[in-house]
Design a protein around this ligand. Structure first.
Ligand SMILES: Cc1cc2nc3c(=O)[nH]c(=O)nc-3n(C[C@H](O)[C@H](O)[C@H](O)COP(=O)(O)OP(=O)(O)OC[C@H]3O[C@@H](n4cnc5c(N)ncnc54)[C@H](O)[C@@H]3O)c2cc1C
Length: 578
């Protein structure tokens, strides 16, 4: 590689927040507001101004618990049932109690939420049981509004630094992190009393149907670095076999129906134009019915809006084509498809890890603490089920506030300088080769095998073969991958995270010997739910340098679920009367 300055700088801070998308800015902001003297650094691989899942904006809050519309108890019940019962309710309850206050704060930041003529929040029903969706008419301003607050609070921001590994002390406490500049490949070593991981979903795991490496549903910068870093630091990761799979517009990486079009009367239909699922709220059970319909000969599946009035469709377009994914109108224009004239083809997305839409993430408690002392996680990469954007904001806030109290009573943990040297060596290895395999080929190969072998339904033999293929790719990655400039080096490091996530997906999926969460973990060799043996979390962690899984009991429920409520989300298919 060209000139790589041999420079390693060190920064000391109280709290290092990694990931400046949604949860990260809120964590940094809340920590700083609670203790303005705390040294808080926000580290971001891209630029905080426009990074993360909300970079272009957001259509609405998917899970707002608003007094008068829903109670925390109702919400906890809904999410527990939606997640097939595998839910530690304390973090969900904490979120449900705090999120209204966060909505009010976001409102003050200038992010407007839909209100009715009386000035009350105009919440829409999308979920199976309760009412939680709050549209955001100026959702395109969310990132700008957030960024203004970060400037106001004088948070130190390090853009264009990609975190690669966490540092732990001899006593197992968190000690900091290592990052590399994506433009210069210079290293920055952080000594930190606490680290908050907010690196988003592992979105670049499967290949999207469009065939583009970066055409993922998730923000394409989220390549699973957070999952990989937590794993290598010894943190427990929960329920990784509960994949994220979403119903999307075919060949377009945007969501289609439930949250936006649903309240206007749009729905998911088969090729006969018939509705086949009771509820368009995304869940594994809903995705299984989607998959079954595709297999039944009644596919493809479509977004059906052509029965709606032109004015209503115009309103839907003004949201779907302008806020979250402003390219969507152009996509339809290019294809010559118009919601008014015919149904729009949908498809099953690539797989990923994410708690935002499912439940696969780093294990955390109600204060966003991981199993490593001083290490927190929030947002899509922390396993609070069905968390979404407001979950990222609220749990980011909870993490920031807790961490700032934690660091007041803590000293730095000392890390071994040899760990830093070893990581610099790992990072730079692809730059020291004259020739070899470019990172995008390693990435493509990994993700093609992810699609071939890991996309549910899960078949044991396919997963075993995948493990062998991933081991071969790791050999190529470790000994043959080449990076010719700092940008390509970032891609090389991402390819390593993606491969780690692929291995984790295999390990966790083979461990849980039952089917659960609808399509998310549907194993053909174990097609039934087995509550006697598997009503538990699976926790994946690095044990003696190797990947392993164990079970962890679900914490006793705070909000009881009656026996006849438990399977409410299993009854998704519309049964026609004879
Ligand atoms: C297309 C789409 C539509 C959605 N629609 C809605 C909706 O309408 N309503 C709703 O409530 N939710 C919605 N969500 C979910 C919501 O956006 C997410 O749950 C939430 O934004 C996740 O926040 P986060 O902070 O965990 O991740 P992100 O906001 O994605 O932030 C992660 C950040 O980490 C950075 N990063 C990654 N790796 C590194 C590294 N190694 N070093 C440094 N930085 C790194 C990334 O660049 C990114 O900025 C949607 C999500 C998507 C993808």
């Amino acid at each position: 590689m060209g000139d790589i300055p041999d420079r390693v700088s060190q920064v000391d801070c109280d709290i290092l927040v990694i990931g400046g998308g949604t949860a990260g800015p809120m964590a940094a902001y809340k920590a700083k507001v609670k203790n303005p003297k705390a040294r808080v650094v926000l580290l971001e691989k891209a630029n905080v101004k426009r990074s993360g899942a909300i970079c272009m904006g957001m259509d609405g809050l998917n899970n707002a618990v608003i007094p008068g519309h829903a109670t925390p108890e109702q919400y906890v019940k809904e999410i527990t049932i939606a997640n097939d019962g595998i839910c530690d309710q304390a973090p969900v309850y904490k979120y449900a109690e705090r999120c209204f206050e966060i909505i009010q704060e976001l409102d003050k930041f200038g992010i407007r939420f839909l209100k009715d003529e009386k000035g009350d929040f105009d919440v829409k029903k999308v979920h199976h049981i309760g009412t939680y969706v709050l549209p955001m008419p100026n959702g395109d301003t969310v990132k700008k509004a957030l960024y203004r607050q970060l400037r106001r609070a004088q948070i130190l921001i390090s853009n264009r630094y990609m975190a690669t590994r966490l540092l732990t002390g001899n006593d197992g406490r968190i000690a900091g992190a290592i990052a590399v500049n994506t433009r210069t490949a210079e290293f920055l070593v952080f000594r930190a009393k606490s680290v908050i991981l907010c690196l988003g979903a592992a979105g670049r795991l499967g290949l999207p149907s469009s065939g583009y490496l970066f055409g993922t549903y998730e923000n394409a910068a989220n390549s699973g670095d957070g999952y990989a870093m937590a794993y290598h630091a010894g943190a427990g990761l929960a329920n990784l076999e509960c994949f994220q799979i979403n119903p999307l517009i075919k060949d377009y990486n945007g969501p289609s129906c439930a949250y936006v079009a649903g309240p206007f009367g749009g729905y998911t239909a088969n090729n006969e134009g018939m509705r086949f699922i009771e509820c368009d709220y995304w869940s594994g059970q809903m995705m299984l019915e989607f998959y079954n319909e595709l297999q039944s000969g009644k596919g493809p599946v479509f977004l059906k809006l052509d029965h709606l009035a032109g004015e209503t469709i115009g309103e839907i377009e003004s949201i779907l084509h302008k806020v979250e994914r402003p390219t969507r109108g152009r996509f339809h224009e290019g294809r010559g498809t118009d919601y008014r004239h015919r149904m729009i083809e949908m498809h099953i997305s690539e797989i990923g890890f994410c708690s935002g839409h499912s439940a696969s993430g780093v294990f955390v408690d109600e204060y966003a603490r991981t199993t490593v002392d001083g290490l927190y996680a929030a947002g899509d990469m922390a396993n609070v089920p069905h968390n979404y954007m407001l979950g990222a904001f609220t749990n980011g806030a909870i993490a920031g506030e807790h961490a700032v109290d934690f660091v007041a009573e803590t000293d730095f943990a000392e890390f071994d300088p040899a760990d830093v040297a070893a990581e610099c060596q790992r990072v730079l290895a692809p730059t020291l080769r004259e020739d070899g395999i470019p990172p995008n080929q390693i990435e493509f190969k990994t993700r093609r095998f992810v699609n071939d072998y890991l996309q549910p339904p899960k078949v044991t033999r396919k997963y075993e073969l995948a493990a062998d293929r991933f081991a071969e790719i790791r050999d190529d990655l470790d000994h043959g991958m080449v990076a010719r400039d700092p940008h390509e080096l970032m891609r090389a490091l991402e390819a390593a995270s993606i491969l780690d996530c692929a291995d984790m997906a295999v390990c966790a999926s083979l461990f849980r010997a039952e089917s659960r969460w609808g399509l998310y973990h549907y194993r053909t060799d174990f097609p039934d739910k087995d509550n006697d043996n598997w009503f538990c979390h699976t926790i994946l962690r690095k044990q003696d340098g190797r990947m392993g899984c164990e079970t962890r009991p679900v914490a006793p429920y705070i909000v009881p679920i009656a026996d006849d409520e438990r399977d409410a989300y299993d009854k998704q298919r519309i049964r026609r009367q004879a």
